[in-house]
Design a protein around this ligand. Sequence first.
Ligand code: VGL
Ligand code: ZN
Length: 242
Amino acid sequence: MADDLFNPALIVVDLQEDFCPPNGSLAVPEGRETVAIVNRLLSMPAFALRVATKDWHPQDHISFASNHTPKQPFVDFVIVTNPLNPDETPYKTRLWPDHCVQNTPGAALVSDLDPDKHIDKVIEKGTNKDVEMYSAFYDPFTNPRVSDSGLAELLKSPHASVSGPARPITHVYVVGLAADYCVRCTALDSLKEGFVTYIVEEGTRAVDAKAWPLQREELTAAGVKIVSINGPEVGRLGEKRA
Ligand code: VGL
Ligand code: ZN
């Protein structure tokens, strides 16, 4: 008995070694604590699609402070101009330590992510050296867009859960790292694409935990529903499959 208005997908954002203590180059405090929650979600039968994203940067990526000596990670910023259109309004972006460099151990999904890999699709993002791309969907430029991961198109194509026919995704549940960067931007773009959008709060952590309460409020005001693993929005997904 399929519910015509409920065909949910799970997006696991950047749950990669470089974002996790103890050794990640851009370790998010308590980042690894999310893994058990994410594994629980991955095993829930109602999801028609489970996507994992990877931050997947070339070594010369614009977000690495090391490419802008003597600028410093976490505190300094650079201006990003649309490489395809110098007239589009530029944006300012924070610099980071080198992280998630393509094909390095730090870029691997955390090894304790569900070993049965209920993950249907892995999406690589941040691959264009000239733009920052926090969102799993696309970069912030629009005229024209520089990178599009194909995620919106994937979600809008038909997918079947155990209990229903193949239909487009209606509801998107977002977890992973980091709450205040890639999870936040992915959730906002998910809303923009028309999906009912949840962040499961126990399944994410922020780079800057002090800034999270305000961002949480802003996300809620924008329409993202921030929910608990123990709440009804997750409860309706049903418990574990074998
Ligand atoms: C992220 C900073 C830099 C994230 C990615 O996944 O939230 N944060 N690159
Ligand atoms: Zn990055």
